[in-house]
Design a protein around this ligand. Structure first.
Ligand SMILES: [Zn+2]
Length: 323
């Protein structure tokens, strides 16, 4: 699979997020999208190759909950006698590093895996985690996307149905609750936001919230319109995240620095709202997408948020698509 330059700027790129973090980890510095595409290789194999050599960094939070950074999205881990509970699976080729990181957290086997949504950089590790004993839990739309061929038009790429062991065996529509290792774990559907299957995962006693990819800490987010995401859904999810957190909550974002808080969440939400308004105003004036990108409706936010693979122009297009 090779990529024409315009694919990079198309609005439906499946997971430029994973590309960015993988490229960063592999090289020790930011690769620009152009450099990455100059590799002229398939994005999925690029991500896999990069993840295969990326280290996993473990951050201990509180109440036997940690977060693993370095294989796709941020992975939360709850440990204890009921077995380890993972929130997201990372990329399959990271298995050796993740196995070691998990072993360092204790000898209990993995018994539960929660998928926050269907994307490759959060669910590719499903198969091996299931093979070592994890029951996989997800929102119904996530199982649907993992079960079927998922065509991503702009990448000219078909994600094949996941192997049987990788398919979530327990699904729910809006809410689900687990009681494991002394923790009450609340799973809640956001409604369509980053995709149409995103869920939050809240550890009640520890006051820790994993936001899935509805929140990217310090970087413009990817929005997957090809499976039901939208800018307005992202803003709604950000409002939900603010409503269910306090100043004491530890917030785990889908991407970006893995330990965050409500203050940063609020900044992120305000950024989304302001850029949405700027883009909507220009679109209402009848300006074309190219004119809107040239008008730089994200300008005041770019220094802080635009330094990752979702650059200001690409993020403008993602917002334009939904207003
Ligand atoms: Zn995602």
């Amino acid at each position: 699979m090779t990529f024409a330059r315009q694919h990079l700027f198309s609005r439906r790129g499946f997971c430029l997020c994973c590309l960015g973090s993988a490229a960063f980890n592999a090289s020790g510095g930011w690769l620009t999208p152009r450099e990455v595409f100059a590799e002229a290789r398939g994005i999925v194999s690029l991500i896999k190759d990069s993840a295969a050599v990326s280290p996993i960094v473990t951050h201990k939070l509180r109440n036997n909950i940690s977060v693993l950074e370095g294989s796709g999205g941020n992975i939360a881990v709850l440990t204890g006698p009921d077995g380890k509970v993972l929130v997201d699976a990372g990329i399959g080729v990271s298995r050796p590093q993740i196995t070691k990181a998990l072993a360092d957290l204790g000898a209990d086997q993995v018994t539960h895996l929660i998928n926050t949504h269907w994307h490759f950089d959060h669910a590719d590790g499903n198969e091996w985690l299931h093979s070592v004993g994890a029951k996989i839990i997800a929102q119904a739309n996530t199982r649907k996307h993992l079960s079927e061929i998922q065509r991503v038009e702009d990448w000219d790429y078909n994600f094949l149905p996941s192997p049987p062991g990788a398919i979530p065996s327990e699904i729910f529509a809006t809410e689900h609750s687990l009681k494991l290792n002394g923790s009450t774990i609340g799973l809640k559907y956001y409604g369509p936001a980053h995709t149409d299957g995103d869920i939050s995962v809240a550890f009640a006693e520890a006051d820790i919230l994993h936001t899935a990819d509805t929140y990217w800490n310090g970087i413009y987010p990817f929005i997957d319109y090809s499976t039901g995401g939208s800018i307005d859904g992202m803003i709604q999810a950000a409002d939900t995240n603010l409503a269910i957190t306090s100043g004491n909550t530890i917030v785990i974002p889908g991407h970006g620095q893995p330990i965050s808080n409500r203050f940063q969440l609020k900044e992120y939400r305000d950024m989304l709202v302001a850029i949405r308004e700027n883009v909507a105003t220009l679109k209402k004036q009848g300006r074309s997408l190219d004119e809107i990108v040239a008008a730089k409706p994200t300008a005041v936010y770019d220094a802080k948020w635009g330094q990752f693979v979702i650059d200001p122009g690409f993020f403008t297009k993602l917002v334009y698509e939904g207003v």
